[in-house]
Design a protein around this ligand. Structure first.
Ligand SMILES: [Zn+2]
Length: 135
């Protein structure tokens, strides 16, 4: 669900909230380095990249930095079939998007944060729970 909202660019990222005049500071709360657009939060953010690289590393894969549209095009071309690896990658990617969104909300509204290691652990747990539903 979050993944589809992100694809549709409907998530209220801080850049969008700023455009609507709701907030004045549109910086990403995960890295504080760049404006928080959909592409930034889910693809370019240094935290997003570290997490995705860590996930791929678990499977001995390497990530390449692509634009959002190229990333989706590449994923739709290569993430085909029902192999276990593809299933896990899809689950992990959705879990990553969900975790980033959750982390952003946690930092904005609850005033606390998790480390990359803690977020990665949560992602692994989410994927593990969903994989059990497949067997
Ligand atoms: Zn960022």
């Amino acid at each position: 669900m979050i993944a589809w909202m992100a694809i549709l660019d409907r998530l209220p990222t801080r850049n969008r909230l700023q455009q609507m005049g709701i907030i004045t500071d549109g910086l990403c709360v995960l890295c504080n380095e760049d404006r928080e657009t959909r592409d930034h939060l889910f693809l370019q953010c240094s935290m997003t990249n570290s997490l995705w690289k860590a996930i791929l590393h678990l499977f001995g894969l390497r990530s390449t930095t692509l634009s959002w549209n190229n990333f989706l095009a590449s994923a739709s071309l290569t993430w085909k079939g029902k192999s276990l690896l593809i299933t896990i990658l899809k689950l992990a990617w959705c879990a990553l998007l969900y975790s980033l969104w959750e982390e952003q909300n946690r930092r904005l509204f609850k005033g606390n944060s998790r480390t990359i290691v803690e977020i990665l652990k949560a992602i692994k747990e989410m994927v593990g729970i969903q994989l059990r539903g497949y067997s």
